[in-house]
Design a protein. Structure first.
Length: 127
């Protein structure tokens, strides 16, 4: 049960931080005001990718910390959940954003989540 809670917490954390990042970029004027407007400027797309990497690392770390077990199972489950959600969302935005962004975003979700969990496992073994 603790592992399920850990994965759910990691997913909620990722989602909240992702929405906060998007809102911050919108407030700063980096993102377009409407979600139906195409986004081809590389600056916001790169910022979103960097944010996704950092958020995935943190979510994987937190999931591993909460679960208290080896990093692979909870982080893998979180990565699969994030990837499934990411594919769904990216398909809805497919025509608004360049292909390179979609591919990088989706390809980085699982490895960064697992890397975050491995960072937690490594920190725990050193301590």
């Amino acid at each position: 049960m603790k592992q399920v809670f850990a994965v759910a917490t990691g997913f909620i954390l990722w989602s909240v931080l992702w929405l906060a990042l998007n809102q911050l970029l919108l407030v700063l004027g980096v993102m377009p005001a409407t979600t139906s407007q195409p986004l081809s400027d590389p600056k916001p797309l790169v910022l979103l990718l960097i944010g996704s990497i950092l958020i995935s690392l943190l979510s994987g770390y937190v999931t591993s910390r909460i679960s208290g077990v080896e990093w692979a199972l909870p982080a893998g489950a979180l990565g699969v959940l994030l990837l499934a959600t990411g594919v769904f969302v990216q398909l809805k935005l497919w025509y608004l954003i360049p292909l390179w962004y979609h591919l990088l975003f989706l390809l980085l979700l699982m490895p960064m989540t697992i890397l975050g969990a491995r960072m937690r496992a490594r920190a725990a073994s050193v301590a």
